[in-house]
Design a protein around this ligand. Structure first.
Ligand code: XMP
Length: 493
């Protein structure tokens, strides 16, 4: 029986994999290659993508996921025409961690300390380079200089002046910068040209971060990578232009049904305006959908119609494809021409390796990350009754919702639905739920990655790519279709 026949109508909990002879001594992400392509020209060291949902990925989540080796896609759940908030999220990620900061924030010496302080708060940046009208460096102002200050003076009164600074002429690499900073025991090193004009800034914090997170997903300038989602109508091209200007590394055209005339128009218009800029499109769940997008020249494809934790598409429309069947079908159609993102339905860590073997090159996660500190939204205390004691305790919760839930649509007055006046008639295909608030997403991701390494070990391979090849060459050696009782034995706990 072909793999396609075996998985027809099936999803994650329908399968286990047969353990193979293990060749790994240590199941540890630092020693096992988990790298995988996100799109034609972008590769991640860890195959994790945080979902473009307004209760999952804004800057904080995107930073955490990129530092752990994956990437976050900033959602498009902002009001139509209101592009700036999404752009700001992208900027915050691109600013967070640098090798050498090519365009540091600057301030004039005669600016007020209040202005400088506001700029630091707004941008989250703790060091401003003080420059004159010719962009010559005249000083540095850091949060430390503002401490205990009433803020009613001028920048020049508080800054460290140029004559007390160590600067370096010309552009140097981060190794050289580190040597200069270590020798002169400084934490900030402005780089200037022969005329004293500001070229760049190096900070010790960034250099340390680079060392601490060697798997982080970075661009050529050492900045964290980030993606951003757009729609396929309304302001989507203008949004894409602004997001790209802010440094988004990849744009994702994300609509519920990506195999559509709307998508055809959007991809064509995107290519016309932005040439070969990195573009992922979705969602689709069929071979025809994949071929359609490959033919239009996208660089990556998001696969998944209806498996998402916050999604009611299948309930409301009865359309969709069980996610494992969709992944196998889509992988065969893609035939290695573009990477696929397995999007949705991963509820337990064991499904990660399934998503990656059946068809995904990377996996997009929504509900699996919900409730963590880095997700947007407030934590609310809700009363919960403890069954044993019948006592009521307050438990912290956060909201997780499908992007097509009524609440999310109303919040952003969705582009596609903006002409619909009657809220009841919006045709929601998602729901809103409360999930228990938990700690940082970082240990959640690290646990997942450790489990992924264990899975690679059980699979008899030394890297993710090797296991994918072995599995795809001989799926019959791995795939066990479960019965009702073996499924209970496996997953009911
Ligand atoms: P998980 O299972 O990780 O899935 O929570 C995340 C994915 O779910 C999709 N998504 C939706 N699908 N209606 C849908 O049909 C919705 O309202 C909705 N919101 C999110 C999306 O692909 C996401 O990445």
């Amino acid at each position: 029986m072909s793999l396609l026949d075996l998985v027809r109508g099936c999803t994650f909990d329908d399968f286990l994999f047969t353990p193979q002879y293990s060749v790994i001594e240590r199941r540890d992400p630092s020693g096992i290659d988990l790298s995988s392509p996100l799109s034609r020209n972008l590769t991640l060291k860890r195959p994790i993508v945080s979902a473009n949902m307004d209760t999952i990925t804004r800057a904080e989540m995107a930073i955490a996921v990129a530092e752990e080796g994956g990437i976050g896609i900033i959602d498009r759940g902002f009001r139509t025409g209101d592009i700036e908030p999404q752009v700001r999220e992208v900027e915050r990620v691109k600013r967070r961690q640098h090798g050498i900061i090519g365009d540091p924030y600057t301030v004039r010496p005669d600016a007020s300390l209040t202005e400088a302080s506001e700029m630091m708060n707004r941008t989250g940046v703790g060091t401003l380079v003080v420059v004159d009208e010719a962009r010559r460096v005249v000083g540095l102002l850091t949060t430390r200089d503002l401490r205990f200050s009433s803020n009613d003076g001028r920048v020049r009164d508080r800054m460290t002046p140029r004559e007390d600074l160590i600067v370096r002429e010309g552009v140097i690499d981060s190794g050289e910068a580190e040597a200069v900073m270590r020798a002169s025991k400084i934490k900030k090193l402005p780089l200037i040209d022969a005329g004293g004009r500001l070229l760049a800034l190096v900070t010790a914090k960034d250099l340390i971060k680079q060392k601490q997170a060697p798997a982080a997903t970075r661009d050529a300038h050492g900045r964290l990578r980030v993606g951003a989602a757009i729609g396929a109508k309304g302001d989507y091209l203008e949004r894409a232009a602004e997001l790209r200007r802010a440094g988004a590394d990849v744009i994702v055209i994300d609509i519920a049904h990506g195999h559509s005339v709307v998508m055809a128009r959007a991809v064509e218009a995107f290519r016309r305006q932005f040439g070969d800029a990195e573009l992922i499109a979705g969602n689709v769940a069929t071979a025809e959908g994949v071929t359609f997008l490959v033919d239009r020249g996208v660089d990556g494809i998001k696969v998944g119609i209806g498996p998402g934790g916050g999604c009611t598409t299948r309930l409301n429309t009865n359309f969709g494809v069980p996610q494992v069947a969709a992944l196998v079908d889509c992988r065969m159609a893609a035939a290695g021409r573009v990477p696929l993102i397995a999007d949705g339905g991963v509820k337990r860590d064991g499904s990660l390796i399934q998503a990656l073997l059946f068809g995904g090159d990377t996996v997009m996660l929504g509900s699996a990350l919900a409730g963590t500190i880095e997700t947007p939204g407030d934590t609310v205390q809700k009363p919960v009754v403890i069954p044993e004691s019948h006592k009521t305790v307050k438990v912290p919760f956060k909201v997780f919702r499908g992007m097509a839930s009524l609440q999310a649509i109303v919040d952003r007055l969705d582009v596609e639905d903006s002409s619909v006046a009657d809220v009841e008639a919006l045709g929601a295909e998602g729901m809103e739920i409360s999930v228990p608030a938990r700690g940082s997403v970082r240990p959640v991701l690290r646990d997942m990655l450790k489990h992924l390494c264990s899975a690679i070990s059980y699979g008899g391979a030394g890297s993710l790519a090797e296991l994918q090849k072995k599995f795809r060459d001989h799926p019959e050696r791995y795939v066990i279709r479960l019965t009702e009782s073996s499924r209970r034995e496996s997953f009911d706990r």
